[in-house]
Design a protein around this ligand. Sequence first.
Ligand code: HEC
Length: 660
Amino acid sequence: MIKLVPDTNFMKKLICVFAVVAAWAQDGRATFQTRCSGCHGTDGNGGEHAPSILMTLATKNDPDVAAIIRDGVPRKGMPAFASMPAGELNSLVAFMRTLQRPRRRGFAPVRMTVSLADGGKLEGFAIARTSRELQLRTDDQKIHLLRKTNGEQYRAVTSQADWTSMHGSFSGNRYSELTQIDRNSVGKMAVKWVYAVPNAGRLQGTPQVHEGVMYVTNTNTVIALDAGSGARLWEYTKPPTAGLVGNARSPGNNRSVTVAGEKVFMQTDHAHLVALNRHTGQVVWDTEMADFRKNYNATGSLLAVENLIVAGTAGGEEGVRGFLAAYDQQTGKEVWRFWTIPAKGEPGAESWDGPDIEHGGGPTWLTGSYDPSSKTVYWPTGNAGPDFNGDNRKGDNLYTCSILALDVMTGKLKWHFQPTPHDEWDWDAVQPLVLVDRLWKGQPRKLLLQANRNGFLYVLDRTDGKMLLASPLVKKLTWADGIAPDGRPRMKANQVPTAEGSLICPAVEGAANFFSTSYNPATKLFYVNTLERCAVYTKRTTPEWQAGRGYQGGGGRRDPNDKPEKILRAFDIETGKAVWELPQEGPGDTWTGTLTTAGGIVIFGDDGGALAAADAATGKRLWSFPFTENLHTSPMTYMFDNKQYVSIVNGSVVYTFGAE
Ligand code: HEC
């Protein structure tokens, strides 16, 4: 019989080692809580003054982490702890390792080496992994999207057609050359993957895709995903700004980021423009565009052109002085700024009679368009302040509710066109500006198309801003009986807000709004999701402008006798007439646009709460997918691993469809 004699000595040693490690981590915890948690949060996952450090921990070894703590990152506001004794530093790092909880799919980052099907090898940290795929970060910080081939080997995958700005192209046109999903195959479209954005409400963003990675936005948040599977790669997030007013706070919109070079550019709720390293999500620079304490906020209005980021802000309902500005992509330094509300004495100031020029609005909250051939930026501007009451701002109120053409290098105004002079209805001109080159009535033209909130479709010559055509988008249109050749509306009587309220069409939501419109060069049609609706517009006494407060002089309310209707219309832009119409069943309360492709289809948000597709030539319904919530976003498309996908955000979930 063998008697088991425990090796008490060995056990004691083991317990001792454990105790030392535990004590070490224990001390480290105290150091972390007193010296780090105030900025990074008690769990290291981000706090009031600094972002999460978990990604850094997942991708760096102990000496590197120790070096960061010792040297700090002064440029970014991370203090140096140069005098921390080595023992304390070691126990701090040991404690920090305990902060790394297993991530998505119960999987903790591990270092691994994998073989590629083409014979090479890759070594790095796995960011995410399933039995079929792997997302690996190599030591140069690059992310490799890998798919298992037969056996244990991987092949690298990426995207072949990207979508790197809000509307997918400089032209502002949601048109794609992709043809894999076409009239015939669209009927087979099905969800391929979904990603639910954590802690999100009703999102308004368009996902962006660049080199295989999809970027999804929420307020102060950018999440990078594998565009082929939705696996999460990294996340940048920052707490909401205390004391902020405006749409960036409530409902908390962020409509897109843009990607250029090695950076992803985003806007924070408090009107900062931030450049992130597109591989890691770490901040490269952070520029304050304007002071949020003066009611500026930002909802993701930016375009990467030349070496610049052109960006605008929100704040039209809070009485900001609107502007558009351009920033150097490398440094974040402001290169130029165009004030959409002139200062007294400047050109345009004569169009303001009264004191309200001080808080005149004219925000720039939707991404504009760009013509590289003439180096011209086209940008739409928002309503005049205060909304609904123009008593103290008589005149046209330039450059509110306008389309601006600016020189990209200097920001100098080339021309402007104002669809709604002296706005009293909140009819921002903040709808997409679609640039189209084609024969128009027999002449080659560089056109600019806009389905305006005020109920008219405009076709401009974009070289000089001259109006070529203006015609009604909708039937419910009462405020003007047409647009004169010089572009001015022919106003009808009694169509302004009053104390008791006046019934006016279109409604405050507009006949069109910020959601996408698209033009298809094959059908030569312009697709607009239009709203037939009226509202009772009311006016109050002019409010006093205050920091931290809204600035509205009235409002709009529903008319109980009005039955709103959404109609997808395909316009011939030479006649302004709808060639076909697709009426929708629903509440008339969706904020979703159109995408058209060389596959001969229009993909659009259906008012009944669905994503749908129609034949671009005839308007025949071909496909639809029901959602649980009404749409507040517009669709986009891309190609990944040689397959075409269509993506749209519904509620807080990214849905990605494919047809195979
Ligand atoms: C005053 C606020 C503040 C304090 C205190 C602070 N940090 Fe930081 N830390 C920052 C900021 C800001 C950054 C930069 C984040 C970025 O990249 O934008 C940062 C970055 C880091 C990074 C990532 C650096 C990189 O480039 O990957 C680590 C790791 C880190 N901090 C650890 C610590 C530790 C450990 C402590 C406590 C000893 C600490 N920090 C204390 C503000 C702080």
